[in-house]
Design a protein around this ligand. Sequence first.
Ligand code: F6P
Length: 547
Amino acid sequence: MPSTVGSNPQIALHSPVCDALQVHFQTVRDVHMRELFAADALRFERFSLQTGDILLDYSKNRITEETMQLLVQLAEVADVAGWRNRMFAGEKINNTEGRAVLHTALRNRSNTPVMVDDEDVMPAVNKVLERIGVFAEQVRSGAWLGFTGKPIVDVVNIGIGGSDLGPHMVYQALKVCRHPRLKMHFISNIDGAHVKEKLETLDPETTLFIVASKTFTTQETMTNAHYARGWFLQHAHEKAHIARHFVAVSTNEEAVTDFGIDPGNMFGFWDWVGGRYSLWSAIGLSIVLAVGEKNFLALLDGAHAMDTHFRDAPLAQNMPVILALLGVWYSNFFGAESQAVLPYDHYLRSLPLYLQQADMESNGKSVDRDGQVVDYSTGPIIWGTTGINGQHAFYQLIHQGTRLIPADFIISVTEPSGMQEHHDILMANFLAQTEALMRGRTQQECLTTGVTPPISPKVFAGNHPSNALLLNELTPYTLGMLIALYEHKIFVQGIIWNLNSYDQWGVELGKQLAKRIQPELVAEDSVKTHDASTNGLINHYRQLRNK
Ligand code: F6P
């Protein structure tokens, strides 16, 4: 719950609108959605919205028209529109790193100038896009040959976090568009088993490695990249052959050159592209190789369409804004701690994982953009898996547990495999779950529908909120829209919580400590410089390791 003690009225969650929402919350918290639906035959029309090929039904939420009006006022108080315009205009809204936030420029398909430090970034964006397209076409056509003259068959993306999750998720999602010869692989884990097992299956003569790292200093990526380079040279022997088998995607040309990759085989991007927002940049090279330039451009087109909607639509009819406000409603008023993402689509199975980084690394913060510790909840725990599998695993807790878990249900209407009966079953389950979550089942219904005793465990309270997102079809274009929808949702929530959603200082401390601990694991003498737990664990590992 927000507290107005020691409040700063500049902050939306300390504002009088928030107080009004608090009062309103008391009148809504115990109202059952069944009653809301019974009272309003037009509830679906009132609380649903179509943009492009995506339909959002948000009528199964614990809201009234007044709720949405007040929430929109909250967005106004937070100056969401002003911050949105500043982001699109290239202002340095990432204040702790002094950087602009311009993943929208990467898919600015209308090519309107976007200025950073008085320079239009669009010519550079288009140039890299063109280079990627040319390179990808060479590899896809078979013209790009490995050191023994054979075309590339396997492509390994070595990266982690934003340099892995986005491309990997999109590669899975766009399976129907994939090149018939090229197979992508994604190595992220520093667990040696990952890289070793993968390389055992590959032929160095026909494998291309993409070392994808914004900084080109990430320990996991660089260790795996060096290992892959060693593996390759064991077979190819000549360092000159590296040029046919290793390319880099980075902002750090010096480190790429030091690694031994020709800058001519490097595809750059810029510090104004956050790692978790980078799949639209050269980090998407594995996507272009897999699905071709045309489909990659369609992905960018879809994201651009969502950007345009987000920039131009009034807040009350703005899909990312609505999703964001509903999240704030549940986090800051109902006290919900998590948000489930439930794609009913095998191809979108990595979306929850991708959104975990996008959302939790962006808004998992307790110090606001002015350096003050917040006194309200910020980013929720994002979790989920494909809905149909979740139904047989954790949905029990969503239906009858003690926690309120808002859930996004995502499905595409058209299915590509020609398995219509399967798809109808999938759709029926998708709908049944959102209906069951909303309606629940009363004692009376149990009694009149022949439910066998004991009755009370079979009563469902219902009133669990969900959003339904229906894509006409999962295509590069609609996928671009969907990802951009979530990116902007995260942005809006960050603004309402007064956060800088674009830094990630919270991941640094662990990295620094790991560097300090690593030599201690092989130290001669017992380690005593940490707390008792960490010392004990290090020494336990040392002893067993040295045996
Ligand atoms: O440690 C977190 C992080 O910095 C992410 O933000 C980023 O996506 C990931 O590491 C990988 O970083 P890089 O692309 O620089 O290797």
